[in-house]
Design a protein around this ligand. Structure first.
Ligand code: MLT
Length: 262
């Protein structure tokens, strides 16, 4: 784990392997650790850049953030690492929302996209209101509020209790300021559905078969709206497909990456 000053704060990241660069963007309120089992199968052929988003994992928090703030952090990180060639973006859930925002802001920097366990539609007004209320509650009572609410929806049926407990603990210890900022940023995020038919880059949509948060039906709709995209459904996985089925997830990813045009 390394740290670098990005946007004036310490952002933590890992960098592994050699080859064409792939940027992994984790979900909420998680950390780059969610990709740790993907490193060994992919790093022999690809350079993996795995940040902790601001306010999550080992990165410093700020009281507020927007989707653009996170993307600006990611671009600055790539710049400071000297990565000027186009990157493949792999974004899971909130990471997928950020992949869309990245495309909105800096499409010329993206070679291909992997949209994992995510959705293109924005929050409904009710959901956005609920997120803002949760943000207030997290600032008062701590991140356990979100960890307890999310834990039962994150994993598929066969995922061991120890894995659930480990991720519940990780979410509970995420900085409340970072969790609250991300909740508000997600509540304010744009509708990415109009973008889907304009995505003119190789795209893989991947989802855990038992994902309750962004179910396969949502992934299928995105796949149908993105011309030329591929869809892969990972069996025996919920919302955390790379944690629950790392070998299958890595294989699907490697097949996609290996076939990308230069
Ligand atoms: C995530 O995993 O990033 C979250 O479930 C996204 C969300 O709350 O919309």
């Amino acid at each position: 784990m390394q740290k670098m000053k990005i946007g004036g704060i310490d952002i933590a990241f890992e960098r592994h392997g050699e080859g064409p660069p792939v940027l992994f963007i984790h979900g909420f309120p998680l950390s780059g650790r969610m990709w740790e089992q993907i490193v060994a199968p992919l790093s022999p052929r690809y350079e993996l850049i795995i940040p902790d988003l601001r306010g999550m994992g080992a990165s410093e928090a700020t009281p507020t953030a927007t989707m653009k703030t996170y993307v600006d952090d990611l671009c600055e990180l790539l710049d400071k690492l000297g990565i000027s060639q186009r990157v493949v973006i792999v974004g899971l859930s909130m990471g997928g929302y950020l992949a869309f925002e990245f495309y909105r802001e800096r499409p010329e920097r993206i070679r291909a996209m992997v949209l994992a366990d995510t959705r293109a539609d924005p929050d409904t007004p009710e959901k956005a209101k609920e997120r803002r209320a949760t943000a207030e509650k997290v600032l008062r009572e701590g991140s356990g509020v979100v960890a307890d609410a999310m834990i039962d929806k994150l994993f598929g049926r066969k995922t061991p209790e120890a894995t659930r407990k480990a991720w519940q603990a990780l979410m509970s210890t995420t900085k409340p300021e970072g969790v609250a900022a991300a909740l508000v940023a997600m509540a304010d995020r744009k509708d990415s559905r109009p973008m889907l038919s304009t995505l003119n880059l190789p795209t893989l949509v991947v989802v855990g078969e038992e994902d309750e948060i962004t179910p396969p039906a949502v992934a299928r709709e995105m796949h149908q709206a993105i011309a030329g995209s591929r869809l892969k459904i990972i069996p025996d996985a919920g919302h955390m497909a790379p944690v629950e089925q790392p070998q299958r997830f890595a294989q699907v990813l490697r097949e996609f990456l290996d076939r990308l045009p230069p």
